[in-house]
Each structure stands twice: as structure tokens, then as C-alpha cells.
Ligand binder design. Structure first.
Ligand code: E4P
Length: 217
């Protein structure tokens, strides 16, 4: 499973990219607003930092506007993926971008039928929002399992990008469900490496090592 980070904060992106664990980045209008920076500038900077796919979302709800905005975003860097909402206009724009060779991420997916439509439209990625379904007591993991089965039934090439991930447990669950990618907030990525028994083990080993009085170098 590939790891994308879900943020527009360059500091976090650089730190995580340096670990060698990061395959790409997703942003959305709320994350851009939170960064307080110019949208196009921040997308260019992210794309120069991470060579993998970087999702940048259109703001228009009309087909013509989506195409015009998506073309501008796609020209910012070779690794831009145009993010489009899961509406009929968004799906129509997805198909147009597929024909033009522009990669797309269809976002705000909350049902298997929506994911089926996105695959038929030729989306590069479909983003089912796990946490927001869990927030209303629906099963986000089950949605990813269903999409996996549907895509496998018909050999769709659209990649399942598990989004709205809120915890390390979500990451395990979407990996088990067969998501191709998980886009994860920076703090959750950091938490994935933590285990209290790892920390306790390191502490014990270091204490015993110091008692030997030896040095490796
Ligand atoms: C995905 O592309 C979205 O940016 C993101 O995962 C949304 O997460 P949220 O539901 O925590 O806002």
C-alpha cells in the first residue's frame, strides 16, 4: 500500500519525505486555507519536494470551470493530479481529463456506486472518505472492501485511495481491505511507528549495553 500525506504544510511534507516512506501528497481546499498560503505557490512547492503524485482540487462545480481550473493546475507541475468532486459534472470532467492524459483523483466518495461511476469515467484514483462515514456511524472500511471487490470483478485500473483517515487503526483496516493507497494526516503517520513495548525494549537494551562499557565505533 502506498502512503500519501494529507496536508499542505511543507514542513511536515519535507520531514516525512525524508524518511523515505512517502509516495505522494493530497491537499483539499480546507487544508490550503489552513496553510494560509497562495494555492498555486504551495502546490508548486509540494510538487518540487515530492516527486510522487500531488492532488490539487478544483473549486468550480461547473464542467467548463472544472476543465479550465484543472488545466491550470495540471500545468503547475508534471506530478499534479487534478482532484474533482464526485458529481455528474466532476465525472464528465474526469472522462475529459482521461482523454487528455491528465491524472485525476475523484474525491468525496461515500458509496460503492459512486466509486463504480468514477472507475467507468476513467479516474486514476477514487477517494472514499472513511472517517466521515465513521462520524455518522456508517462503516467506512466496509465501503473500501466493497469497492475493492467491484474493481477486481471488472479489472478496473482506478486505484482506491483511502481518505479521511483519523487513526493508526484505520491504516491497518484499509490495508487489510486492499486499498491501493492511504492518504494520512502527518500526526497519524508519525504514530504508526510507535509502540510502548518498542520504547521499553530500547530502554532496557540501552541500559544493559551501557553496563558492558563497550563501544561499536
Ligand atoms: C482526502 O483527499 C481529503 O483531503 C481528506 O482525507 C479529508 O479528511 P477529513 O475528513 O479528515 O477532512
Amino acid at each position: 500500500m502506498k502512503f500519501f500525506v494529507d496536508t499542505a504544510e511543507i514542513k511536515d511534507i519535507k520531514e516525512l519525505y525524508d524518511t523515505g516512506l512517502l509516495d505522494g501528497v493530497t491537499t483539499n481546499p480546507s487544508l490550503i486555507a489552513k496553510s494560509g498560503r497562495d494555492f498555486k505557490e504551495v502546490v508548486k512547492e509540494i510538487c518540487a519536494t515530492v516527486p510522487g503524485p500531488v492532488s490539487a482540487e478544483v473549486a468550480s462545480l461547473e464542467y467548463d470551470g472544472m476543465i479550465a481550473e484543472g488545466e491550470v493546475l495540471a500545468k503547475l507541475a508534471d506530478n499534479v493530479v487534478v482532484k474533482l468532486p464526485l458529481t455528474l459534472n466532476g465525472l464528465k470532467a474526469t472522462k475529459t481529463f482521461k482523454e487528455r492524459g491528465v491524472k485525476t483523483n475523484v474525491t468525496l466518495c461515500f458509496s460503492a456506486n459512486q466509486a463504480l461511476l468514477a472507475a467507468k469515467a476513467g479516474a486514476t484514483y477514487i477517494s472514499p472518505f472513511l472517517g466521515r462515514l465513521d462520524d455518522i456511524n456508517l462503516d467506512g472500511v466496509e465501503l473500501i472492501e466493497n469497492i475493492r471487490q467491484i474493481y477486481d470483478n471488472y479489472q478496473f485500473e482506478t486505484q482506491i485511495l483511502a481518505a479521511s483517515i483519523r487513526s493508526p487503526n484505520h491504516v491497518t483496516q484499509v490495508a487489510l481491505a486492499g486499498a491501493d493507497v492511504a492518504t494520512i494526516p502527518p500526526d497519524v503517520i508519525r504514530k504508526l511507528a510507535n509502540h510502548p513495548l518498542t520504547n521499553a525494549g530500547i530502554e532496557g537494551f540501552l541500559k544493559d549495553w551501557k553496563a558492558t562499557g563497550q563501544s561499536i565505533l
